[in-house]
Design a protein around this ligand. Structure first.
Ligand SMILES: [Zn+2]
Length: 591
């Protein structure tokens, strides 16, 4: 692996908990416990009877408590994510997770009492100016009303989740992080091997795919068992909470209705043809007779370019700054103040993320930078989240974060800005084609691949509910069916590919999550078009939208930009833009 300059880029978590961390955590937890105790003594049984001013005081104290707990939790989990093979960090995470569960139990009465407040009473409070700051939270908290259990039942579920769902997801993470793959005589993490799928050399890609398959097959008993357990746990919780389908609770979380999601999914699946059309072009560009699953990400000959860490930084900041200077200003904070961890090493968890942590601190970004264009786009993606979360801090801990559906808007928009900037800089036609192809592939990964994965999840969840425990083979079959539906005859899926459902962390961590990527991508295509055609006010209206965080329904937040989520033709337009990009690539390829 070449040096990129990112080797020394590690984050500084002191802003979350000042050193010595152990003492800081204990003292903050003790303080939180005391305040949670008196919070309960003061408000339990009275939530629905409080006057508006009293409810506002309660919510301010509640925000303090969540901020304190979130601060400790963020520290433990971020510190663990860069060194997940260090037992002390795992132990700290577990300890904090247990304290958090204990504290959450003391606070759980608030949601329940508020959700159960009589309709008339709650309507009067919602219209009171003293509560304007929390209005959307007060509204959305009541949307779970039909699905909440009694307080003792909620307590049991919350306490049991430590040794239930949370324990299983952590076991999955640790299994994945400790599974090393044989690559060129070395034992390396999956990330490193997965990168080889982008290699221009077919034998390298094929060998990488075989290595991944072997590694996943070796732990398939564990991954199948964990996945089945989580499927079953979700089935029973959904049953207890009376959710009509496996995806209903996710949609309520996302603040969209089932019908909107169905419209999105069918808009995408009904145009799977564009996927086959693109991969036929790619097959031609690669000069291959047949395109196998391990060929899909192959870099085209001209696309070989490496970026140093400082180049990546310049590219992102320039593109952001061109859209709006404030975007670049905020993104710079991450580099200047060590809010980023980009180094690659063993024990670091895979993937990339931006953690919002808590409003009293600031977000942190993690990635493993190896200098590819993909890494540059990942940086643009995560910093998009970073800018969003940073701007939305003023909304407070209850309303800072958007639901998943719009959580990817800023990240994908950041990627889009960087992409067009890179295209503008490019004078070489072949390189422009490669860039376009990469963007198409990235969009396909967020739109078509995620929707195909949503089809797999749907099949797995409904299958587990109707057929009982699923074998590895049964899950693999569902995976192959849902992937084949998308590729048709354009890509040959080898039998090896069947087990590749088993490393996807989203299925384990956040069931139903994946369609949010498609939602976000198609939304961003439309917003970007508005920016290109639009008045000079679009960039600042866009920043206003980010600063709104999750303080209103997604449909209301995007409306000032001219986006109408309820319009059935809206999603189709997003897909049409992708079709245009494929047509453009076909044109560039034939001249
Ligand atoms: Zn993201």
């Amino acid at each position: 692996m070449q040096n990129t300059g990112a080797e020394t880029v590690t984050w500084d978590l002191d802003d979350l908990i000042a050193p010595p961390a152990e003492a800081g955590i204990d003292s903050l937890l003790r303080q939180a416990e005391q305040r949670a105790e008196s919070f309960g003594a003061r408000y339990r049984g009275r939530v629905a009877d409080l006057p508006a001013r009293g409810l506002a005081e309660l919510l301010a104290e509640y925000e303090w408590l969540l901020d304190a707990i979130g601060r400790v939790e963020s520290y433990a989990s971020l510190s663990w994510s860069t060194q997940s093979d260090e037992p002390a960090r795992g132990a700290l995470l577990q300890k904090v997770s247990e304290s958090q569960a204990a504290l959450a139990q003391k606070l759980v009465f608030l949601d329940i009492e508020w959700a159960n407040a009589p309709e008339e009473r709650s309507r009067a409070l919602l219209d009171d100016p003293a509560l304007a700051r929390w209005r959307h939270w007060l509204l959305t908290t009541r949307r779970y009303r039909p699905h909440l259990l009694s307080e003792p039942e909620e307590k049991i579920l919350s306490e049991k989740s430590v040794t239930g769902r949370r324990a299983w997801t952590r076991y999955f993470d640790e299994t994945m992080a400790s599974t090393l793959f044989d690559w060129k005589g070395q034992r390396v993490p999956a990330e490193v091997v997965l990168r080889q799928l982008y290699d221009a050399d077919r034998e390298t890609r094929k060998a990488a795919a075989t290595t991944i398959t072997r590694g996943l097959a070796a732990i398939q008993r564990t991954t199948t068992y964990v996945f089945n357990t989580l499927l079953a746990e979700k089935a029973s919780e959904d049953r207890l909470r009376r959710y009509p389908s496996w995806i209903s609770s996710r949609n309520i979380d996302n603040q969209v209705d089932d019908a909107t999601v169905e419209a999105l999914v069918s808009a995408v699946t009904s145009r799977y043809g564009v996927v086959a059309r693109y991969y036929r072009l790619k097959k031609r560009l690669l000069g291959l007779e047949e395109l196998f699953d391990y060929d899909r990400y192959a870099a085209l000959p001209a696309a070989e370019r490496r970026y140093s860490w400082s180049e990546a930084r310049d590219i992102v900041l320039t593109a952001y700054g061109r859209f709006h200077p404030r975007m670049a200003e905020i993104a710079s904070l991450f580099f200047d103040n060590r809010w980023l961890d980009a180094a690659v090493h063993a024990g670091k968890r895979g993937g990339a993320f931006c953690s919002s942590t808590v409003p009293s601190v600031h977000p942190y970004v993690l990635l493993s930078f190896q200098g590819t264009a993909h890494d540059v786009m990942t940086l643009a993606h995560e910093l998009g989240h970073g800018v969003h979360q940073y701007l939305a801090r003023d909304r407070g801990v209850l309303l800072q974060n958007t639901p998943l559906t719009t959580a990817e808007t800023a990240s994908l928009f950041g990627e889009t800005l960087v992409f067009h900037d890179l295209m503008d800089r490019e004078t070489d036609r072949t390189v422009a084609l490669s860039l376009l192809v990469r963007q198409i592939e990235s969009s396909f990964a967020t739109v078509f691949r995620q929707v195909a994965m949503n089809r797999f999840e749907e099949a797995a969840h409904t299958g587990r509910r109707s057929r009982g425990e699923l074998t590895t083979e049964a899950l693999s079959e569902l995976w192959m069916e849902t992937q084949r539906a998308m590729f048709a005859d354009s890509v040959t899926l080898t039998p090896d590919y069947a087990i590749w459902w088993s490393y996807i962390t989203h299925f384990v961590h956040v069931p139903g999550y994946v369609y949010a990527y498609a939602f976000g991508d198609l939304l961003v295509r439309a917003l970007y078009r508005l920016f290109l055609s639009g008045g000079p006010g679009v960039p600042s209206r866009y920043l206003d939208m980010l600063a709104a965080g999750g303080s209103d329904w997604p449909a209301a937040i995007v409306k000032p930009l001219g986006a109408d989520l309820a319009d059935p033709g809206f999603w189709g337009q997003g897909v049409e833009l992708l079709e245009d990009m494929v047509a453009e690539a076909e044109k560039l390829a034939s001249t």
